[in-house]
Design a protein around this ligand. Structure first.
Ligand SMILES: [Zn+2]
Length: 242
């Protein structure tokens, strides 16, 4: 049965505290990104609504213009029809008749355009209403989620503070030389300083360990480092040295 070094027990507990702190820290780093994403979604829904409003206004402006065109065309027809009674020559009569036909053709096209614009207006009004409803519901949902995330930031910060205080009170239980080695490896590797042996390999760098290293770790007398990555090694099923 493998033994565990005395000094390693509090260190493993310290490592658990540090793992919790760094997990909380990385969660804390991700929250602002999530908030930004939700705010961008709110802005996009609002922009879609504004776009429909702009489209609706453009249709109204164009319809007004076509109605002015229509009035001009009707006026032209009316004027030319009065003139028909006064022309003397057949040529002039035909020319005027052509003018009238042309204006009537234009008037009919303008009327078609107005009908199309009216249909577009109705359709856009429906789109506008659904974009408005969507913007409203997105805003309500996501703003609530943003508030939750902001609360979560406060909670995570409090959790880090609590764990940091916990860490400070725990430190005196760890032998100073062991602690400094632990901190050194942890900072250098930016990951766990103490790793379990998995099969016959270091779980930190996956290098296969020599039999003598494995035997030394099993004895539990000294702190044994992985030759390859310098992490402190232990057996997960090790027993305290009696
Ligand atoms: Zn290693």
């Amino acid at each position: 049965m493998p033994m565990i070094n005395e000094k390693l027990k509090p260190l493993l507990e310290l490592q658990e505290i540090d793992k919790r702190i760094s997990a909380t820290e990385s969660r804390l780093e991700r929250i602002p990104l999530e908030i930004a994403k939700k705010n961008a979604e709110i802005a996009a829904a609002q922009a879609a609504f504004e776009q429909e409003k702009t489209r609706l206004t453009a249709i109204q402006v164009e319809r007004k213009q076509r109605e002015l065109d229509l009035a001009t065309q009707e006026e032209k027809i009316r004027k030319h029809e009065l003139e028909l009674n006064q022309v003397k020559s057949n040529d002039a009569y035909r020319a005027l008749q052509n003018e009238i036909n042309g204006a009537k053709q234009q008037k009919s096209e303008t009327e078609d355009q107005i009908l199309i614009l009216m249909e577009e207006y109705d359709k856009t009004l429906l789109d506008l209403k659904s974009a408005e409803a969507r913007a409203k519901s997105v805003q309500e949902d996501l703003q609530a989620q943003v508030r939750e995330l902001q609360n979560e930031i406060l909670k995570e910060k409090a959790a880090i503070e609590a764990e940091t205080r916990n860490r400070e009170t725990f430190i005196p239980r760890v032998a100073p030389d062991v602690l400094s080695r632990y901190d050194f490896i942890r900072k250098k590797k930016k990951s766990q300083a103490i790793v379990a042996i998995s099969g016959e390999s270091c779980a930190g760098c996956h290098t296969i360990l020599t039999q003598s290293t494995l035997n030394e770790v099993k004895k539990g007398r000294e702190l044994i480092l992985c030759d390859s990555c310098s992490r402190i090694l232990y057996f997960a099923d090790a027993q305290p040295v009696a």
